[in-house]
Design a protein around this ligand. Structure first.
Ligand code: MIG
Length: 643
């Protein structure tokens, strides 16, 4: 059961799509103040666990931390960082009383989850908010009700579940070809390569640098014929350049955000000074979406949206100087000046709304614009993932978790974020495998890939300032072959479980306690997760470790992949030390369940999803199966397979 409670007003966020009735009096929380800053407080019992909050640092249990929903481009990820790129204001409190609470507000919100030991959740919403309270029988039930209320997940094509390689710094055809060749020569699988900002003409959206890619259309089809799709980046800002038809139309039709004087707002990002499309405005979204025709005409079927918090290097209002060149400017601090966000406005149905009041929706609305545009332009499903997001954007695309770094902590954060992201709707998500900033060691990359084999988005991405991070650049390719080939073996399960979760508004990743609510010990487990209906994962996330301790809440089947075969052995309930070499993947299958695995392949197109072996001690598995591209995704695509 879901009920909502209003505290002041706010522009519509589009997060909740189900009809929800107004409750009489907000339960669990006390509320003080209205509109301009409402403070909510909820007492916690000692043993209460607080799940959720999507893209945030720290553990699965959010207790003992402070989190600020204010979408930010901050490339220095660490555990005390309050804000990342998305705002996912859903909490699930589990204890004597178990309930969910969604603070639907497009402006800044602060969540203090018992940071100082107050024994309380304190929430501050700077502007109006609608609070949704979700009551249910269990954590699973509450999560599912919330997912049903916010609408079904975006559905990517099958190839998007393949392995992708990316790097900021690939410049031209030759660079891209050499990456594809590197993977091919090493016998390593690959499904797509991302094109970062250097494919563009002076970082201008909807352009291609002709010197670097003289014939992009042929190049896209040449690469696709090899099984490698190219996935261009699209940034939020449109370069100020009269004569560019996209820019000209945007100005003429009034599709850009306005500054405080009512003129088009200027901010410097990669192309130099840009105007931001007013994604809050339907006509501007439609116009922006139509521009993707430039890409679909070239044969692209996948995209990533960046800089849409929006990131600002500096603006006409920034402290310090403003200028036209962003790159290399000493004023660039990896994020915007807060002042900038108080210096422009949106047009929402004819009403002028200060950006500050809807800041957290900007990226989400960009994703909506791209997604709706692509749906009109293409007949099939497409890959789309965004950096910035808000709950609701999960219906339009996936997300990646931004500029992490090559550290063991960030590997762990990739892991701990997954269930929270899922609870907030973002099923299609993943991190920069191997880390964006910093140099990734061979050991870290292998362990990270072993985790990413289970995340829907599996992409190795790194920045221009680090060592090359393609798998074939490391010694001992067989270890990489073993790990990457696992992804293509587990694909039937992963794809099927993803689609089932999406179609039935369910989680793909869940904390152990969601599946074993009566198990006291499961409650505090932060390094194991349930993936889909059948699998428990317990990846190695520690430097130098030969293996790890695994806690099993019931008897299971231990499955070991060594690059050639799967071996299954019974594993008893309780604690075990399990050895896991760098080339191995160990996971567990729950009692009475099955996992379909394929014969493998070096590309998703080579994997026969119908030719599977069932692992585990169960008797049957319900598999979701389609051609990987159709939009006709329903329960009619389910089939039961038996041993
Ligand atoms: O200011 O396009 O998060 O993935 O490689 C940095 C260059 C801009 C940030 C993205 C990252 C991407 C990078 N971008």
């Amino acid at each position: 059961m879901i009920e909502k409670y209003s505290f002041g007003t706010h522009p519509e966020t589009g997060a909740v799509v189900a009809a929800v009735r107004e409750g009489e009096r907000l339960p669990y929380f006390t509320a003080k103040g209205e509109g301009e800053g409402t403070r909510f407080a909820c007492p916690l019992e000692k043993g209460d666990i607080v799940y959720g909050l999507g893209e945030t640092m720290r553990g699965i249990n959010k207790r003992g931390g402070r989190y600020v929903s204010f979408n930010s481009d901050n490339p220095h990820h660490n555990d005390s960082m309050p804000s990342l790129y998305g705002s996912h204001n859903f909490l699930l409190v589990s204890g004597e009383r178990t309930f969910g609470a969604f603070f639907d507000t497009p402006a800044r919100a602060v969540f203090d989850i018992d940071l100082s030991g107050s024994g309380r959740i304190d929430v501050l919403c700077e502007r109006g908010v609608t609070v949704y309270i979700v009551e249910g029988e269990s954590c699973n039930d509450i999560a599912r009700q919330f997912l049903a209320a916010i609408g079904k997940s975006y559905l990517p094509p099958l190839w998007a579940f393949g392995f992708g390689q990316s790097r900021w710094g690939y410049k031209c055809e030759k660079d891209i070809r050499s990456v594809a060749n590197g993977y091919e020569r090493a016998g390593l699988p690959l499904d797509y390569i991302c094109l970062d900002i250097d494919y563009m003409d002076r970082y201008i959206d909807f352009t291609v640098n002709k010197k670097r890619f003289p014939d992009m259309k042929s190049f896209v089809s040449e690469m696709k014929a090899r099984g490698v799709r190219l996935v261009p980046i699209v940034d939020a800002g449109i370069k100020i350049e009269p004569g560019n038809p996209v820019f000209d139309e945007g100005v003429e039709k009034g599709y850009f955000c306005k500054n405080l004087e009512g003129k088009d707002f200027s901010a410097a990002v990669w192309p130099g000074l840009t105007h931001f499309p007013d994604f809050m405005k339907k006509e501007a979204r439609d116009w922006f979406g139509r521009q993707y025709k430039f890409y679909t005409d070239l044969g692209f079927e996948g995209f990533w949206n960046d800089m849409n918090e929006p990131a600002i290097f500096y603006s006409e209002y920034s402290k310090g100087k403003a200028g036209d060149r962003a790159c290399g400017d000493p004023l660039y601090k990896g994020g915007a000046y807060l002042n900038d966000y108080k210096s422009f406005t949106h047009d929402m149905d004819g009403e002028t709304v200060p950006h500050w009041e809807v800041h957290n929706l900007f990226g989400a609305k960009m994703t909506q614009a791209s997604s709706e545009g692509l749906q009109k332009l293409l007949k099939t499903r497409f890959l789309l993932f965004s950096r910035s997001s808000y709950i609701g954007a999960h219906r339009y695309g996936g997300i990646w978790t931004g500029d992490n770094n090559s550290s063991w902590l960030m590997l762990r954060r990739n892991f701990t974020m997954m269930p929270g992201l899922n609870m907030c709707g973002f099923l299609f998500s993943g991190a920069d495998t191997g880390g964006f900033g910093g140099n990734c060691s061979r050991e870290l990359l292998l362990r990270w890939l072993a985790l990413s084999c289970f995340t829907p988005l599996m992409r190795d991405h790194t920045t221009i300032f680090t060592r090359r991070q393609e798998c074939y650049r490391y010694r001992g390719k067989n270890d990489f072959k073993s790990i990457l080939s696992f992804r293509y073996r587990i694909l039937p399960y992963l794809y099927s479980e993803f689609m089932k979760a999406a179609l039935s508004s369910d989680l793909l990743f869940r904390p152990l306690a969601f599946s074993y609510p009566k198990d006291e010990r499961a409650k505090s487990v932060e390094d194991e997760l349930i993936v889909g209906d059948s699998i428990l994962i317990a990846p190695v996330m520690e430097k130098g470790a030969k293996g790890r301790t695994v806690y099993l809440p019931e008897d299971m089947t231990e499955v070991r992949w060594n690059g050639k075969v799967f071996t299954e052995i019974p594993a008893a309930k309780g604690e075990h030390f399990v050895k896991v070499s760098l080339h191995e993947i160990v996971f567990y299958i729950r009692k009475g369940k099955c996992v379909p695995v394929s014969k493998g392949g070096t590309n998703t197109s080579e994997v026969d999803l119908k030719d599977v072996t069932l692992l585990g001690d169960g008797k049957e598995y319900t598999q979701y199966l389609d051609d990987g591209l159709t939009r006709d995704c329903t329960a009619k695509n389910l089939r039961v397979i038996t041993k």
